[in-house]
Design a protein around this ligand. Structure first.
Ligand SMILES: Nc1ncnc2c1ncn2[C@@H]1O[C@H](COP(=O)(O)OP(=O)(O)OP(=O)(O)O)[C@@H](O)[C@H]1O
Length: 327
């Protein structure tokens, strides 16, 4: 549904990678081409000024969605529509990566790193204007204007992530895609960066797509959560609803692995097994081989989405009967 309130609408996005062996090997060893479906039929909407989290285990396709949304990859199918033009410029996505070490040029001073997009997009006319904007951005992320003269290696991991946030903000984006922005950081530093991002969201009215493998990290950050499994969204709901009433067994198991969500007298579960390979997806529901509740139908037929409250949805044959014990 198109609305002026939507920052981005993603419609049935799919991405296939060609992972075939090199041509000569294929010919000599008579191997067919191989394709890997990294993302399949992913649809979601992020409303302006809100944060949607994409959550799931390693390999479920989160980063590929992030790269599709920031146009680092082209979709194989589907569409991404950005919201209406704001302040005379089209809305576009900026990306914040997990590892600021590799996204900040080590030979450049911090001031130059942050100034580069300002120069490139000619957002200031004079050197003084650029220097002033860099100083403002450093202040916005809790660093000092003097830090402009230093090099990335002189900073801690958390401070480097602040620098990459300042650089992402330099283009005055309205929409930020954050790919595991805190998972390389110590727990105490993680909290500081999450607080900074929440604060920036409030102050600047930013919209976030926040990628994480950890539901605990996104709980206090996201308005809504979409849980991915083997390239698909298997459940999406407002954050409170998802924590209070998870419907998909995979979401329930993910929640039961978080220490502070597990009730005091219950042991914390460990997610058993591993997701299937996207090169050989199982028939039926993608999760059935690990699902303690799987029935025959799950092995035969992929479940369609059942709507949840709000814009939520869940893909499970037994979504309406979610409270059967998982053990
Ligand atoms: N450029 C690529 N070429 C081939 N396969 C890829 C490529 N990028 C991702 N994949 C595959 O697509 C699937 C989804 O990967 P993706 O990185 O999106 O998952 P993820 O959930 O972000 O995992 P992680 O948290 O480990 O980054 C994986 O099986 C991965 O091996």
């Amino acid at each position: 549904m198109r609305s002026r309130d939507n920052a981005i609408e993603v419609d049935q996005l799919s991405r296939v990678f060609d992972v075939s062996a090199p041509w000569l090997n294929r010919v000599l060893e008579r191997k067919p081409r191989r394709y890997l479906q990294a993302v399949q039929d992913v649809s979601f909407i992020v409303r302006k000024g809100t944060c949607l989290a994409l959550v799931g285990e390693s390999g479920c396709g989160k980063s590929t969605v992030a790269r599709l949304v920031t146009e680092l990859y082209a979709p194989s199918e589907g569409a991404i529509v950005f919201g209406p033009v704001a302040n005379g410029k089209p809305l576009s996505a900026q990306m914040i990566f997990q590892d600021p070490q590799s996204s900040l040029n080590p030979r450049w001073r911090v001031g130059e790193i942050i100034a580069e997009p300002i120069r490139e997009l000619k957002l200031r006319d004079t050197e003084a204007g650029i220097t002033g904007r860099v100083a403002d951005l450093l202040g916005t992320v809790g660093l000092s204007p003097d830090d402009a003269a230093r090099f990335p290696h002189e900073f801690s991991g958390g401070q480097r992530q602040r620098i990459s946030i300042a650089r992402a903000l330099a283009t005055e984006p309205e929409f930020l895609v954050c790919d595991e922005p805190t998972s390389a950081l110590d727990v105490s530093v993680q909290a500081q960066i999450l607080n900074l991002m929440r604060d920036l969201q409030d102050r600047l009215g930013l919209t976030f797509l926040f990628i994480s493998h950890n539901l605990a990290v996104v709980r206090h950050m996201a308005d809504g959560i979409a849980v991915m499994y083997l390239g698909r969204i298997i459940e999406e709901a407002a954050t409170e609803d998802l924590f209070a009433d998870p419907r998909h067994p995979y979401t329930r198991l993910l929640l039961e692995t978080i220490p502070d969500v597990v009730k005091p007298n219950r042991a914390r579960k460990v997610m058993g097994g591993a997701p299937p390979s996207p090169l050989a997806p199982p028939p039926g529901g993608a999760f059935h081989r690990r699902c303690p509740l799987a029935q025959d139908i799950c092995r035969r037929q992929a479940p369609a989405y059942t709507p949840r409250s709000g814009a939520g949805k869940v893909a499970c044959h037994f979504a309406d009967n979610p409270h059967r014990s998982l053990s």
